[in-house]
Design a binder for this molecule. Structure first.
Ligand code: GDP
Length: 331
């Protein structure tokens, strides 16, 4: 039984003008490519690049503009795709003139909204690494205003757009993706609650639930997140996967060497311990705790065992609900 069949995966569509950075985002977030290597990515002419990464918690598809998506082409069934999409990410290159991008954004959003008003519209103001902080805020304000003015003019102000400043050269792209994915997880409050219970009973200070392949965190306890902690978690996952690639055993399906036995402990010199453990096929728990709390590792592991079971049940219930809905609608 796999409670992570594609039915429960959040489905995300990544769109934007050509060269806005879509393939780079995909390669960096889902395929561990280093940002500098994206300079040599070839432009593709495929209509859509589907990422059937069976190894990730997220289902992900990319579409290019212009030329490849023609809303007026009757053979192009965009309606079906929008219907199955949870979030539409539109990437705008902030280092380029964005007039054309904004008009495409407007066209896309209004089309998609007509088909599926439940889609979350997420705008990535991308490649902000070259901009000063003031400049970033100015760009965001300008793009936000223009995009919303276009919606007001079309009497569609009820469409909500969210904006993020992103770059593949730092963690901002992972953080933005995390937020986009979190909005698509209906079980999020339950996951947060489970994390809260787990940490308060185990003397843990902070815990994240990570999609291992993408380093997107899908939930954390309710204490605030600081960027540094998040970056440490990303680094730890990299270390674990790199070492596992060298010394671990890859399963029959290929993919990353990550399984039930996967766990790691890193002691930071500040008397803090980082502890990583496998939760499901895709997810890992990464937590921070003080050295003294880690002395009661038996208790932590026992609590973890209960936590892990609860998480698996949460996703199984969701799958059952979806399946029963499907059966009902087929009748
Ligand atoms: P696509 O056509 O939308 O898939 O765009 P690509 O992924 O091919 O990216 C086009 C160019 O933008 C490449 O040369 C990338 O190296 C560059 N690029 C992508 N993301 C960033 C970013 O965050 N910052 C900077 N400075 N360049 C980026």
């Amino acid at each position: 039984r796999d409670p992570f069949s594609s039915e429960v995966k959040p489905r995300i569509l990544l769109m934007g003008l050509r060269r806005s950075g879509k393939s780079s985002i995909q390669k960096v977030v889902f395929h561990k490519m280093s940002p500098n290597e994206t300079l040599f990515l070839e432009s593709t002419n495929k209509i859509c690049r589907e990422d059937v990464s069976n190894s990730s918690f997220v289902h992900f598809q990319i579409w290019d503009f212009p030329g490849q998506i023609d809303f007026f082409d009757p053979t192009f069934d965009y309606e079906m795709i929008f219907r199955g999409t949870g979030a539409l990410i539109f990437v705008i290159d902030s280092q380029d003139d964005y007039v054309e991008a904004l008009s495409r954004l407007h066209l896309t959003v209004t089309r998609a909204y007509k088909v599926n008003p439940d889609i979350n519209f997420e705008v990535f103001i991308h490649k902000v690494d070259g901009l000063s902080d003031d400049h970033k805020i100015e760009k965001q304000r300008d793009i936000h205003k223009r995009a919303n003015d276009d919606l007001v003019d079309a009497a569609l102000e009820r469409i909500h757009l969210s904006f993020y400043l992103t770059s593949i050269y730092d963690h901002s792209i992972f953080e933005a993706f995390s937020k986009v994915v979190q909005k698509l997880i209906p079980q999020l409050p339950t996951l947060e609650n489970l994390l809260n219970i787990f940490i308060s009973n185990s003397g843990i200070e902070k815990a994240f639930l990570f999609d291992v392949v993408s380093k997107i965190y899908i939930a954390t306890d309710s204490s605030p997140v600081d960027m540094q902690t998040y970056e440490l978690c990303c680094d730890m996952i990299d270390v674990v996967i790199d070492i596992s690639c060298i010394y671990g055993v890859t399963g029959d399906e290929g993919g990353i060497p990550y399984d039930k036995e996967s766990m790691a402990i890193i002691r930071l010199n500040s008397t803090t311990v980082m502890y990583l453990k496998e939760v499901t096929k895709f997810l890992a728990l990464v937590c921070f705790l003080r050295e003294e709390s880690f002395e009661r590792k038996g208790l932590i592991d026992y609590n973890f065992h209960c936590f892990r079971k609860a998480i698996q049940e949460v996703f199984e219930v969701r799958l059952k609900v979806l399946r029963s809905r499907k059966l009902l609608s087929q009748r």
